[in-house]
Design a binder for this molecule. Sequence first.
Ligand code: PLP
Length: 387
Amino acid sequence: MLYLDHAATSPVRPEVLEAMRPYLTGVFGNPSSHHRVGEAAAEALEWARGRVAAALGMRANDVIFTSGGTESNNLAVKGIVLAALPHASGAEGPARRSIVTTPIEHESLLESAAYLHRFHDVSVTILPVDAHGRASPKDLAEALESKDAALVTFGHANNEVGTVQDAESLIAVAQERGVPVHVDAVQSAGWLPLDALGADAISIAGHKLGTPKGIGALGVRSRVPLEPLLHGGGQERGRRSGTENVAGAVGLATALDLVAVERAQHAGAVAAQTSEFIAAVREAVPQASLTGSADHRLPNLASFTFAGTSGEAVLLELERRGVISSSGSACAAGSDEPSPVLLALGIPATTAQTSVRFTFARTPLPAGSATHLASLVAAAVAAVVSP
Ligand SMILES: Cc1ncc(COP(=O)(O)O)c(C=O)c1O
C-alpha cells in the first residue's frame, strides 16, 4: 500500500514516540504540582515551549499548547476578536468588530467566524481569491479601509489545492493598518519556515508532523489581547485552562526540530518528485487538470480534477490498486457536496466533484515512482470512465 494522504495525517515518528515515552511513564507529574514529580514535568513542558516558540519565531511565553489545529484556530479567531469587542475588559479605542478572511479556509476558521457573526454580531468580510486560490494584498488593503477590523486570518497553505499565499505581503498590509494577523500554518508547518513570518498569531497541529493526534499549539504575541475559551485552573498563563499534555508538547517540539532538518535535506527532492508526477499524470490522463497554483504550492501536494469521472469512484479504484489518496479535505471526505474551495476557484460544481488529492511523505519515493503512480492513476480513471 502506498499512503498518499499526508495532508490528512501522518504516522507517528519513532523519534517522537521515544522522546514522549518518559513523560507517559516515569515523569508523569502534573506540571502545576509544586513537588519534585510535578516540577520535572513542568521542566519538560517549558523545554518544549521554547522549541515551539523558536519554530514560530516567537517568545516562549507566546506559545499556548492546544489539542490541535481546530482548537488553535478557534482560540485565535474567537479569542482575539472577543478581546477586541467593546465589552471586553482589555479592549481599547474605537469598536473593532469585523474579521477579514478568504473563502478557501479550513472550516475551523470559517465556522469560528460564523459563530462570532451569529452570537456577537461580528461582520465577516470574505476576500476574493484568484483562480489559483491566492488573495491579493490590494484587495486586503481595500477591505481594511473601513477601519473596524479586529483580525485578518488566512491559511498559509491551502489543505485541498496546496496553494501558498503571499503571506508576507498580506501580513504587512494588515499590520501597517494596526490590524493583527492570524495565520493557519497547519499545512505549511512541515514545508515552509515560520520563524520569519512575523504574524501576530500562528496555528500548528502535531499530527501533520508526526506526533500522535491531540496536540497542537497557538503562538500569540503578548501584545495581542486574547480572551480564553477554556476557563478553569488558569494554566497556559490563563489563556487555556486544563492540565497540559506534557508528552504531546515534548512530541510536538521534537517533531518540529526533525521537520526543520528534513526540510533542508528533502523539500527540493519532494518538490521535484511532485512536479514529475504532475507532468506524468497530465500526459497519461487527457482530462486531468491541476488545481491550485502551479508556482506557489506546497512541495508535496498535487490535486487534480478528472472531468467525466467521480472523484470518489477514482479514489476507490486507486485504493484497489494499492494507492491511498483523498478527494480533498479529510473533514469533507465522503460528502457528495462539491468542495467550497474548488467552487471559490471558479471550478464548476460538476468538475469539482471529480477532484482527487495526492499528498506525498516528507522523504522522496524511489526513482521512477512518479511515472509508475501516474500509470496507476490513468488506469483508475479509465476504469471509472468505462467500467
Ligand atoms: C489548514 C488546516 N487547518 C486546520 C486543520 C485542523 O487541524 P486538526 O485536524 O488538527 O484539528 C486542518 C486539518 O486538516 C487543516 O488542513
